[in-house]
Design a binder for this molecule. Structure first.
Ligand code: UDP
Length: 236
């Protein structure tokens, strides 16, 4: 069966890389995500990835250790590059061609982010990992995902999380919470649901970029989405 999207942007949170650990990168998780990515690359899908850094450092932690916010955010952005390198290594072990592009120049380690170049890599079938968020403090990697997805004209933003989709309430706290199969951007606002931070959500809404929120921890979900199955919640 044909796949329903030609080009996707996958957002992976840093926390998803921790697995059962409290910090850092779990080798099992990174290998697992690399295999998930491979499953759709093998179907000819062009894949760009934005990876978070929360498993290593978040800017908001900075003040607790006496570091100012901007410096803390820069540390967080560098953390996303470390995660990107780990994912790149895991993908290359599976013989997938990749490029890591950073919003902060780290020439010896990866390429600078240049939109046209990123698109060219995708057209050639390389998986492009965007590191260092947007290169600016006070943003999140969700915002980087929304912006980059728009820039490269991705068909959809696939937001991998640890829950099965968007619920009417937090399913971990409320047993009556129900999951939406689809929901519109305006309903999300009206029902005061939080999918991602407001900056990233607005970027998707204003540019009509659909988001699929899904459980990344369940094997095979990304491929199921591409095959047209109703996995997670479609926000459009
Ligand atoms: N960050 C930033 N600008 C960006 C993206 C990220 O300053 O454009 C910093 C910010 O400090 C953030 C950290 O990088 O806390 C890690 O990113 P994020 O918290 O979004 O990662 P995730 O929650 O997905 O693991």
């Amino acid at each position: 069966m044909a796949v329903r999207f030609k080009r996707v942007l996958l957002k992976l949170s840093g926390e998803a890389l921790m697995g059962d650990k409290q910090f850092g990168i779990s080798p099992e998780m990174i290998e697992k995500y690399a295999k998930e990515v491979k499953s759709i690359v093998d179907e000819g899908v062009q894949v760009a990835i934005v990876i978070g850094g929360g498993n290593i450092f978040r800017g908001l932690q900075a003040s607790s250790i006496g570091i100012e916010r901007v410096q803390g955010d820069q540390m967080g952005m560098l953390a996303t590059v470390i995660n990107g390198m780990a994912l790149q290594g895991a993908l290359e072990k599976l013989n997938i061609k990749t490029r890591l592009m950073s919003a902060i120049s780290i020439q010896q380690v990866c390429e600078p982010y240049i939109k046209r170049r990123a698109v060219r890599h995708l057209e050639k079938g390389r998986v492009v990992i965007f590191g260092a968020g947007l290169g600016s403090p006070y943003f999140t990697t969700d915002t980087a995902a929304a912006l980059r997805a728009n820039e490269i004209e991705a068909d959809v933003l696939l937001k991998g999380t640890s829950v099965d989709g968007v619920y009417s309430a937090d399913p971990r706290k409320d047993p009556h919470a129900t999951k939406f199969e689809t929901i519109s951007f305006s309903e999300v606002i009206q029902k005061e649901l939080t999918i991602m931070d407001q900056t990233s959500f607005t970027l998707c809404k204003e540019n009509n970029l659909p988001i699929i929120v899904f459980n990344i921890k369940q094997d095979g979900n990304i491929l199921r989405i591409l095959k047209g199955e109703n996995v997670g919640t479609l926000v459009n």
